[in-house]
Ligand binder design. Structure first.
Ligand code: TRP
Length: 362
């Protein structure tokens, strides 16, 4: 069986380091290894509208912004098809048919939907479109016959629902859809990069992000504000490494080669941690070290983004061509789905014959 990869992002803001660690890095790894037949990355604007329907400008404004950062990070449009969800109408049509295969109670039980409903204060009045987005996401995945879906752990309930829908569809209408499996990002440290304030997640609304196009000055300012150990007051005090955001980031981004370049007094992160825990190592030293490392990660992305900004026509072409390719694939699947369901009247030469035969008996 061929290996088809599909993943997506909601275009609701600029991409930040959390995205880089949580998804972009593993996408680049997959792309560069090249062990796949097709690889799609979808800009999930229609899904973003399910909770931003009253703020369409936010979605519109971020579509190209997200593509720009994908390309700046090194996603190669010759190896990966990047497309816009709302411009692939087959996805909406598939969603409509899959909706018959899911109960409202099942949607209410989806843990991710549940916590998002709470977070957005939708409890008393959940929009149908929002409740239904796991079904729409199943359409995204199955339209491309995706076998593999790289996602964060919050998306596991979506994949579970997708498999249930695939199962029901194939049982009732015949074997058309492919059951997807997820791949979770492999991370050295936590599944999620915390915000600079130590909160569990980097999020635009919490104002605790480092963006992939932040200037060196912005990086410096943010790292200097980072949450460390509130009990580490004097340099001589022993400090805690657990829950200390600077060390969490160092765990993710630092390697041994960074030491001779930026902090030659230490050989590796273990030595640095041991000194911090013992006392005698100040926050400013570890923060300066982290600033150098993050600048090394972000500078090439920021520079490439600048370069692409001068060539937005190219970025627009990339997304337009990608969407055209996506439409071809999704339309082919929709055709199979409609055939399996027997609602392909004008494609099916037997349809008229059958009806004629049936009316002959009258
Ligand atoms: N729900 C995903 C998110 O919020 C985005 C998404 C939409 C997606 N459709 C998808 C992810 C299909 C993987 C496959 O991040």
């Amino acid at each position: 069986m061929s290996e088809i990869i599909l993943t997506g992002d909601r275009p609701t803001g600029k991409l930040h380091l959390g995205h880089y660690v949580g998804s972009i890095k593993s996408r680049l790894k997959i792309q560069n290894a090249g062990n796949y037949d097709e690889f799609y990355i979808m800009i999930a604007d229609a899904q973003a509208l399910t909770d931003n329907f009253a703020n369409p400008k936010k979605v519109r404004d971020n579509v190209l912004e997200v593509v720009l950062l994908y390309l700046a990070c090194g996603i190669d449009p010759n190896k990966v098809t990047i497309f816009i969800q709302s411009e692939v109408p087959a996805l909406t049509e598939l969603t409509f048919y899959y909706m018959n295969l899911v109960t409202v109670a099942r949607l209410h039980r989806n843990p991710t939907v549940k916590s998002e409903v709470k977070f957005r204060g939708f409890e008393e009045s959940i929009p149908v479109g929002f409740l239904n987005y796991p079904v729409s996401q199943t359409a995204d995945i199955t339209a491309f016959k995706a076998t593999t879906v790289p996602v964060g752990d919050d998306q596991l309930p979506m994949l579970e629902q997708a498999r249930e829908i695939v199962h029901s569809f194939n049982r009732i209408y015949g074997d058309v859809l492919v059951s997807p499996k997820e791949v979770l990002p492999e991370l050295k440290n936590a599944q999620r990069l915390p915000g600079i304030d130590g909160k569990a997640k980097m999020s635009k609304s919490l104002g605790n992000c480092i963006y992939l196009d932040d200037s060196e000055e912005e990086i410096r300012k943010k790292v200097m504000q980072m949450y460390t150990d509130p009990d580490h007051i004097k340099v001589s005090d022993p400090g805690k490494v657990e829950g200390n955001v600077v060390f969490t980031y160092l765990d993710v981004f630092c390697n041994n080669e960074h030491f001779p370049k930026y902090l030659p007094e230490y050989k590796n992160l273990d030595e640095l941690k041991a000194h911090y825990q013992k006392g005698g190592l100040g926050d400013v030293t570890i923060k300066k070290f982290l600033i150098n490392i993050l600048e090394e990660v972000i500078k090439p992305i920021r520079d490439k983004r600048r370069e692409l900004l001068n060539n937005l026509d190219y970025v627009y072409e990339v997304i337009k061509n990608g969407t055209e390719k996506a439409n071809a694939k999704a339309n082919a699947t929709l055709k199979e789905v409609k055939k399996a369901m027997g609602i392909n009247y004008f494609e099916d030469t037997k349809f008229l014959e059958e009806i004629k035969d049936k009316f002959k008996e009258e």
